[in-house]
Design a protein around this ligand. Sequence first.
Ligand SMILES: [Zn+2]
Length: 219
Amino acid sequence: MESTYLRKWFVVEFVNLDIEDKNEFKVFVEKWMPKYSPLHTIPDELHVPLMFQEIRNITSDFIDFDVLVEHRKVFLKIQSDLRHILTDFTNTAALNATKSERYKINNLVSDDSIQKLNERLEKIRFTLKSQYVDGTFLQVITPDISDFETSLYYNFIQYTTAHPSLLVCAGCKKYISKPSYYQFANARKGYATFHANDFCRQDYTREKDRIRKRKGENT
Ligand SMILES: [Zn+2]
């Protein structure tokens, strides 16, 4: 199985997504569209089919890609609730780090979010399925997830078991969906963290230069 440290996280990319932007939404869905498989047992392959399912609940139209894009604002509320939880998770991790060793408290979210998060977590069920893998029938315990929002929170659980917090890129201010050991170590030392592309670092450096120059002019 792919290392969680080398993995892109749907839940993080979904929160970064500008749903109002039609093109950005299209690119996002195309990127996460599963390859055809009669057994959707890989949770990452479930998200997009469940997005289609969500639209099927509100319109009787034949749901194709364009209809999904047209109704994309349905996902704004789900995104905003999720963003709230992820922001809380990020802030709580920062707060945990400030606590003294003697009274170590490691909360996942603040008291305000516990009930909201629990309401979503209780929808996650597991079931035993038979899978045919490389010539062998295997019985595996898999999540039995029937709606898009629940699939997001299942992915969030997976994220929290792999990573202690979310990393925000100092360049574009969005979350990093594929955080590495190196980026976490950097963040712990208090250094600015960036997406693994040149643009985000350059943007940040340029902005810092601008501020430095402006300060220089004033003195
Ligand atoms: Zn960035």
